[in-house]
Design a protein. Structure first.
Length: 375
């Protein structure tokens, strides 16, 4: 549970609102600018920290009437790229700063490598931020989007940043309307639009992205309700299905397991725990140095993706996991598939089978990440 010091620190920080969409062109930037105008008319001091108009006339028109803090120009070779000028925003100190494209990677030489870090710096100064994000840029879903669409997702955002948002608004249009916008040249130029219609903007891809976006937005609502104390985790019952990812000191593919767990937790709007049970043979003075480095890297990745990392100690790993699952209302447990063949599992015993036997009301998900060892 969040401590009082952390609560006080958050009160001193600015709030964060995210307009979340499932693809370019759904209207995130437009909605952000519309809210900027509404807030300004209500008497708030609003300034644009950065907006990418994407050569869309409607968006550019909506920027009129809102003060803009001039971007900082970064030179890379012979080209120049505009980026958020964080010191200038802090000096201007509006009540609300509009900062587009939260997952954007800043140009080389920028003080921060990612725009979300710019936003966090602005919030740290007590300035409220409204921003935009496409769902495929979330770390927990980027890998799945790449697999289905075949298109790399190069710009990624830790889920923990989105979970810090005080409000997430889903900007949604039908797939048919979005593709029509594309055909009419409202998103990209003619040649790029034609490529997009048969590439990223296919019905299959848009269906996946829209589903992910709707689940992320609904999951955020459940998180906010429970965090505000309006619904306890116990009272939430099936509405809050906590997810536990069980990691050994040397898992076959920790990244795949963690991403799977985070994706499930995001869909349920529930916490994700990445749990490692340290046995006596794995104390810092006894564990192999190489395994220790791998373990720490895996736990750092879990924290980066927004999971709560939990380290337990015990001789009986399944018992420790069962007790933790019971205490934290875990409904889904994620394990990597054993390297051992069925014969060797029967001879040596299986943590997963022991957990299945003892855990009540927990669905076990076994992820096959590597070929099984021969018998």
């Amino acid at each position: 549970m969040e401590g009082f010091a952390e609560l006080l620190a958050r009160k001193r920080q600015g709030s964060l609102k995210v307009y979340l969409g499932y693809a370019a062109g759904v209207g995130k930037t437009y909605a952000m600018l519309q809210e900027g105008h509404r807030l300004r008319q209500a008497g708030f001091d609003v300034a644009i920290g950065y907006v990418e108009p994407h050569r869309r006339p409607e968006t550019a028109t909506l920027m009129d009437g809102l003060e803009m803090v001039s971007p900082r120009m970064c030179r890379v070779g012979d080209a120049q790229f505009p980026e958020v000028d964080v010191p200038a925003v802090l000096a201007r100190r509006p009540q609300v700063a509009l900062v587009d494209e939260l997952a954007h990677t800043n140009a080389a030489g920028s003080p921060n490598p990612k725009r979300y870090r710019d936003v966090l710096d602005i919030m740290e100064a007590g300035i409220n931020v409204i921003t935009t994000l496409n769902v495929q840029h979330l770390e927990s879903v980027a890998e799945r989007v790449e697999t289905v669409t075949g298109i790399p997702v190069r710009e990624r955002l830790p889920d923990a940043v989105l979970h810090r948002a005080d409000q997430v608004v889903n900007v949604d249009v039908t797939k048919e309307e979005l593709r029509e916008r594309l055909r009419l040249g409202k998103i990209y130029g003619p040649e790029q639009a034609e490529r997009a219609l048969v590439g990223f903007f296919t019905y299959q891809n848009l269906s996946l992205l829209r589903e992910l976006c709707l689940r992320e937005a609904s999951g955020d609502q459940v998180r906010k309700i429970t965090e505000q104390g309006l619904l306890s985790r116990e009272a939430a019952g099936d509405a809050v299905e906590a997810v536990m990812v069980a990691l050994s000191s040397d898992p076959t593919d920790a990244e795949t397991l963690i991403r799977r767990g985070m994706r499930m937790a995001s869909q349920f709007g529930s916490p994700c725990y990445v749990v490692y049970v340290r046995r006596p043979s794995e104390t810092p003075v006894r564990i192999d140095a190489g395994l220790q480095r791998v373990l720490q890297n895996n736990l750092r990745l879990a924290a980066l993706l927004g999971a709560e990392v939990v380290q337990l100690e015990g001789h009986d790993v399944p018992e420790a996991l069962v007790n933790f699952a019971s205490e934290r209302n875990v409904r889904h447990a994620v394990f990597g598939k054993s390297r051992l063949s069925p014969l060797r599992e029967r001879l040596r015993g299986s943590f997963i089978l022991d957990f299945l036997h003892e855990a009540v009301g927990v669905d076990v998900h076994i992820v096959n990440t590597t070929p099984r060892e021969a018998a």
